[in-house]
Design a protein around this ligand. Structure first.
Ligand code: OSB
Ligand code: MG
Length: 371
């Protein structure tokens, strides 16, 4: 495989509803959309770096800079026999996993199209239906949250995740549990707490949460280990895991019992697949996280979720929950039982709505391989 051309579009899509976490409140989503010409096939991917460095140090602009000035020259120079070779070819660039993943995932899509196979099949996926949960941001009032949860459960979602932060935690969870005693419920703190909060997490134990996602610092596995030793509820790591090595260490030291896998955070689909296999062998369940992706990133997530290690419902919900306008068609649909059926066409299996893409493109750059 030779990368011949890469178009990087800086996009802005309006969200239907603001999304609030412990680190930010967003009303629109800025991201890079990559269109890669690989041999004579086109592959697409989305870079999940946010506009601001609240979730990860990467941003839309750092990713654009790193792709253009450092990754593209390496990729354009390489001849790949398989998409597994893309991430290693970037070894001399430290970090910037989301930038790396965007090119890698476009190569995976192109690779699948070359085989005339769905992305799930070339990744080694086995499921023909995946289970979907929802992530519900911090709301203005607990009443608003209870109403949203009721709506999502009625739509069939298999797991409710609510965002927490200091001041929006114990009492909120208590009221959600009172209203929905049986719902599969979890919380995501996006690193808003410290070991001083152990008593709070011990109190959360009584609510039968399926897990607590990333309670402590984004770069600290050791403290997660200390917390996990003091609470019954499983800890799920998100921000802390950037590679298969991180996953191996986290499992070995007991820093988590579940892992949220986001291909962007770990440098692409090969790394995501490898982490899922390592976790499966260790008996640690994984699920596919989300970054408020447009349809392109969402499609990649659906195919990744078909791998056998992904035994828990992911944050891979329906297109209609997110954007005023979707850039793929048909939209991602969740059936009444919280399931998504992965498309069976070649590559990620959705069509691009080029008119919508054009209208929401703020800036665009095309890079061409020499020769
Ligand atoms: O921590 O999982 C997270 C969104 C943006 C950044 C980080 C996270 C999230 C979500 C939303 O929880 C998941 C989704 O529905 O895409
Ligand atoms: Mg998270």
């Amino acid at each position: 495989m030779k990368l011949r051309r890469l178009t990087i579009r800086e996009m802005r899509l309006d969200l239907k509803h603001p999304f609030e976490t412990s680190f930010a409140r967003v009303t629109d989503q800025r991201f890079l959309l990559l269109e890669a010409r690989v041999d004579d096939v086109t592959g697409w991917a989305e870079c999940v770096a946010d506009w601001s460095p609240g979730y990860s140090p990467e941003t839309v602009r750092t990713a654009g800079h790193v792709i253009r000035d450092f990754l593209w020259p390496l990729a354009a120079d390489a001849t790949y026999g398989h998409p597994d070779e893309v991430l290693p070819s970037f070894a001399r660039v430290r970090g910037h996993n989301m930038a790396k993943a965007a090119i890698e995932m476009a190569c995976w899509d192109a690779w699948a199209r070359m085989q005339e196979a769905p992305l799930s099949a070339v990744l080694g996926g086995e499921r023909d239906r995946i289970l979907s949960g929802v992530s519900i941001g911090i709301q203005d009032t607990v009443e608003d949250l209870l109403e949203k949860i009721g709506m999502e459960l009625d739509r069939g979602y298999r797991r409710i995740k609510i965002k927490i932060k200091p001041g929006w935690d114990l009492d909120v969870v208590r009221r959600v549990r009172e209203r929905f005693p049986e719902a599969p419920l979890m919380v995501d703190a996006n690193s808003a707490y410290s070991l001083d909060d152990i008593p709070l997490f011990q109190e959360l134990d009584q609510f039968g949460l399926t897990m607590i996602e990333q309670p402590l610092a984004h770069d600290d596995m050791w403290d997660h280990r200390a917390l996990q030793a003091r609470i019954r509820t499983p800890i799920c790591l998100d921000e802390s895991v950037h590679s298969r090595g991180d996953a191996r260490r986290a499992i070995a030291m007991g820093a988590c019992r579940i892992i949220n896998i986001k291909a962007g955070r770990v440098g692409g689909l090969s790394s995501a697949r490898d982490i899922s296999r390592l976790a499966e062998e260790a008996g640690v369940p994984v699920w596919c996280g989300g970054m408020l992706e447009s349809g392109v990133g969402r499609a990649h997530n659906i195919h990744l979720s078909t791998l056998s290690g992904f035994t828990m419902p992911g944050d891979v919900s329906a297109s209609e929950r997110y954007f005023v306008e979707e850039i793929i068609e048909p939209p991602v649909i969740v059936d009444g039982d919280g399931g998504i059926t992965p498309p069976t066409g070649p590559g990620f299996g959705f069509a691009l709505r080029h008119d919508v893409i054009r209208r929401h493109t703020l800036d665009s750059l095309t890079l061409k391989a020499p020769g």
